[in-house]
Design a protein around this ligand. Structure first.
Ligand code: ATP
Ligand code: MG
Length: 239
């Protein structure tokens, strides 16, 4: 579904993404991990058209390199951000409706918004202001607003950050349902080992913008070098 070919992104002297290639298959949950500053979020910024870069990005075979962010969104790629952004003065329903106006060109569809409210288990919060949601509620809403654009590919940036063990379990279940029930292909950037091994089918580890390892998450995360050097902190805090 998504092919990244020799992606390179420089910010002045700094090479944030360095000749990185990977392929995400349709229907899978694909994980990206690596230390702080490895270039993970920058990869999302390249895929969503926020920065020019060297290399090539193919989405369902079509070259999306250099396309504008709104075009890429219309083609079916949506993302969330590391820090939840919601519009505090909108109601939950309005926030989802905003998402539904962008995206794949089918426009605002109240029935789909209603379906999303069910899917998110947000019918009771429908008329509440998003600013009053708790952290996990805000996270689900941000994912919901991305889903409102009807993406084929959803990219999540550290969705578990700041969550406790119970919330992590909830969010994992929620992400699995998006994949299974909505048929959305997912890329997830995450630090938690448990999430990476339980949720993802393919895992890419990057450091300093380069690929360190990729493949089956159980194999990748049992690679001693990867564990010690790149997942050490997350592994320690997680077990
Ligand atoms: N817009 C920008 N301008 C200049 N430098 C940037 C910009 N965005 C990111 N960088 C730099 O690029 C490198 C990669 O940053 P990035 O945010 O992609 O890392 P990350 O893997 O997402 O890290 P984290 O786990 O902390 O979120 C960092 O050194 C960062 O400071
Ligand atoms: Mg990041």
């Amino acid at each position: 579904m998504l092919q990244a070919i020799n992606l390179t992104k420089k910010f002045g002297e700094l090479v944030a993404v360095d000749d990185l290639s990977f392929t995400v298959e349709k229907g899978q949950i694909f994980g990206i991990a690596g230390p702080n500053g490895a270039g993970k979020s920058t990869v999302y910024n390249l895929i969503t058209g926020f920065f020019p870069f060297e290399g090539k990005l193919l989405f369902n075979g079509e070259d999306i390199s250099g396309k504008k962010p709104h075009r890429i969104a219309q083609m079916g790629i949506a993302r969330t951000f590391q820090v939840p952004h919601t519009f505090p003065s909108l109601t939950v329903e309005q926030a989802l409706s905003v998402g539904s106006r962008f995206g794949d060109n089918t426009g605002f569809d109240p029935e789909y918004v209603d379906h999303l409210l069910d899917f998110l288990d947000f019918q009771e919060e429908r008329y509440n202001l998003t600013g009053n949601l708790d952290l996990i509620g805000k996270k689900k809403l941000m994912i919901g607003a991305a889903l409102a654009t009807r993406p084929k590919l959803l990219m999540l940036d550290e969705p578990m950050a700041g969550s406790n063990a119970h919330e992590i379990q909830d969010l994992m279940e929620f992400i699995r349902r998006i994949n299974d029930e909505m048929g959305v292909t997912i890329i997830i950037i995450e630090h938690f080992m448990k999430v990476l091994t339980e949720l993802t089918e393919t895992l890419l580890i990057i450091e300093s913008g380069s690929k360190i390892a990729s493949g089956d998450p159980d194999i990748v995360t049992s690679n001693k070098h990867v564990v010690e050097c790149y997942l050490g902190d997350a592994y320690a805090s997680d077990n």
